[in-house]
Design a protein around this ligand. Structure first.
Ligand SMILES: Nc1ncnc2c1ncn2[C@@H]1O[C@H](COP(=O)(O)OP(=O)(O)OP(=O)(O)O)[C@@H](O)[C@H]1O
Ligand SMILES: [Mg+2]
Length: 466
């Protein structure tokens, strides 16, 4: 067995924390470096300015001396009151030190540079204090007569800088801790909802379509939960429909099969049955078999319509489909003594399949003839408008009660069961019409015809070459 990894680097939580961590690191690094560096730079600049002024003052005071020596320089320095310096070095034009406030040699290199006519400034932060020095030439009437070197230690500013750094570090630590705490709380909230969602999905996948996820709020996760619930409700609906369809279909097939068995049993068991009765029974068996055949054919049509979503539609001339259906249905109309009339416009082209279009027209017309009265009539019409094509079937038959109109497109639904069955109807014709019309972007409406009968109107988007 593989042991469970302690940290799942592919998890959302890990990625979230890695992102937050990186962001924090960059931000805090900038926060720690930038103010410190700029403040230090500002101190250096200020130091340079102040030391430059002081060195210049010193230099101009000393330039007044004809021959600077230890005594005269000490006198000038005493008058200037320059006690803040750690060290003051003064050299004559040959580089000999003529005044040294401390012991040791001091920075002779800087003094040499100053004797060459250039000023030198140095400042370094050592521990908690700034060590700075400044060297400047002494000149009298355009010639360099010597050089001055001064140095000082500034512990005060060093301390300020040190405190600043410490404060920034403390603030950074607080920010980091607060951000991490917030990230933990937030990610736990989000992840809890995601876990709830996946738990719900597992329940539904296990077959419990009645399960609904509890959602609260209006955020994206609540939206996701609502979408999931809608999806589950649709699944439940589809499943219910499927079960009902299977049970209806088996029932529809069971009834004619039972009749066939009953009739054939009677023939077999009854030895003295006369030929006329046998003929009658066998005819009945034939009728039942025909009904079975019609039902199974329609079931196949329906399942084909379910599968045909990916079929590429082609331009179909509706008039041609109507003429084809008329050829098939004329004998039935004659047999029922029903008059057929047709007014069909040219140029009614829609995007569909010829097969589906034929089924739509055939089923509507077949119903109009079957549920008609002797000497009744059926009118079909086909018109093209700018954007639509409208096909209508009107009959003068028995009509459909208003409260039934909504149901007639359901599978196996018949208004008058006995009457429909007598015509060999399976209650699937209008379902096929409905599904086929919908599959090609059309709509179907049903209403009463005047003075009696029904009127079905099918509308499709019109197809034009452009
Ligand atoms: N033009 C009509 N006039 C009166 N009733 C109708 C008409 N068309 C349909 N009906 C009613 O609607 C029911 C459903 O029609 P549908 O075409 O789906 O089934 P069917 O005609 O009974 O069987 P099938 O068409 O499968 O052979 C019919 O049983 C009938 O009661
Ligand atoms: Mg029918």
């Amino acid at each position: 067995m593989q042991s469970k990894r302690l940290i799942n680097t592919g998890s959302i939580r890990f990625r979230f924390f890695a992102f937050i961590g990186m962001l924090l690191a960059v931000l805090l690094l900038l926060l720690n470096i930038y103010p410190y560096v700029t403040t230090k730079e500002a101190v250096y600049q200020e130091k340079e300015k102040s030391m430059e002024t002081q060195a210049a003052t010193l230099s101009s005071a000393l330039s007044g001396l004809d021959r600077p020596d230890q005594e005269s320089v000490a006198e000038v320095l005493r008058l200037l009151d320059v006690r803040d310096y750690d060290r003051i070095l003064i050299a004559d034009s040959e580089g000999r030190v003529i005044y040294n406030s401390g012991s040791g040699e001091g920075l002779m290199a800087d003094l040499q540079t100053a004797l060459a006519g250039k000023t030198v400034f140095r400042s370094v932060l050592k521990g908690e204090s700034f060590n700075s020095s400044y060297s400047i030439p002494l000149s009298s009437q355009g010639t360099i007569t010597g050089a001055v070197y001064i140095s000082e230690t500034d512990a005060e500013r060093g301390q300020i800088l040190h405190d600043l750094q410490f404060q920034i570090r403390t603030v950074s630590l607080i920010i980091a801790l607060a951000a991490l705490a917030m990230a933990v709380v937030y990610s736990s909230l989000v992840l809890r909802k995601l876990r709830q969602l996946s738990a719900s999905m597992r329940i539904v996948a296990g077959g419990d379509y009645s399960h609904r996820m509890a959602t609260a709020g209006t955020d994206e996760l609540a939206e996701l939960g609502n979408e999931f619930n809608t999806l589950t409700a649709r699944l439940a609906d589809t499943e219910r429909q499927r079960r009902r369809f299977v049970s209806d279909a088996s029932h529809e097939l069971k009834t004619p099969l039972a009749s066939i068995r009953l009739l054939s049993d009677s023939i077999v068991q009854n030895e003295n049955m006369d030929t006329d009765t046998i003929r009658e029974f066998v005819t009945d068996i034939g009728n039942e078999a025909e009904r079975l055949q019609r039902t199974t054919e329609k079931l196949l049509d329906l399942s084909r319509l379910d599968d045909d979503i990916h079929i590429v539609p082609e331009p179909v001339d509706v008039k041609q489909s109507a003429l084809d259906a008329l050829v098939f249905l004329r004998p039935l109309a004659q047999e029922r003594n029903v008059h057929l009339r047709a007014a069909l416009d040219d140029g009614c082209v829609v995007l569909a399949t010829a097969d589906d279009m034929f089924h739509i027209i055939f089923n509507l017309m077949e119903n109009a003839i079957k549920y008609n009265v002797p000497d009744g009539s059926v009118n079909i019409s086909l018109h093209a408008a700018d954007e639509t094509v409208e096909f209508a079937v009107e009959d003068t038959g028995i009509g459909i009660p208003e409260e039934e109109r909504y149901n007639i497109f359901s599978r196996f639904y018949r208004v008058d069961k006995a009457r429909s069955r007598e015509h060999g109807g399976s209650g699937l014709g209008l379902s096929i019409v409905h599904d086929a019309v919908k599959a090609h972007g059309g709509t179907i409406a049903v209403g009463p015809n005047k003075p009696q009968g029904s009127r079905f109107i099918v509308t499709f988007p019109r197809y034009s070459m452009e």
